[in-house]
Design a binder for this molecule. Structure first.
Ligand code: DQA
Length: 143
């Protein structure tokens, strides 16, 4: 079982960026905890601030891996190109947001990705990535 995490723009700044909203942990410091939680799952992680690179990565992994956990950051709210990419893939994609985007500015309430994702998780901090992996495993093998 292989699951790819893809983080979009500014998520490389987790831990230092607006800690009141996104918390104090970097993604790198959270990752071992996530991997420990799912010892039988190979969890790879990729981050880019570039929309095209996110699409390249989705196309690269989306035909072979068992699922993608995607936090596209602000591109969630703007990118038809990411929408088109996700809907082209055979693997399940779960949309994750660390913050509860619906409690925030109106421009964060619309997602181009939600209609083409298996599900959406937001507002649970980094724990949301774990919930997303569980969602993929549940969809794949009912666990
Ligand atoms: C985010 C929410 C987005 O609105 C924002 O642009 C981000 C992070 C989140 O994880 O809460 O960069 O995706």
């Amino acid at each position: 079982m292989k699951i790819q995490i893809i983080n979009g723009p500014n998520l490389n700044l987790l831990g230092v960026r607006e800690p009141g909203i996104y918390g104090n942990s970097s993604f790198e410091s959270y990752l071992p905890q996530l991997r420990q939680r799912f010892p039988d799952v190979e969890i790879d992680c990729y981050q880019s601030n570039n929309e095209g690179r996110l699409i390249d990565k989705l196309q690269e992994v989306g035909f072979t891996c068992d699922g993608v956990v995607l936090n596209a950051g602000a591109y969630t709210h703007t990118s038809i190109a990411l929408h088109d990419c996700v809907r082209s893939l055979p693997c399940p994609v779960v949309e994750v947001h660390i913050s509860n985007v619906h409690q925030r500015e109106a421009f964060r309430h619309h997602s181009y990705l939600s209609p083409v994702c298996l599900g959406v998780i937001c507002g649970f901090g980094l724990k949301g990535y774990e919930l997303a992996v569980e969602g993929i495993l549940n969809a794949k093998c009912g666990v």
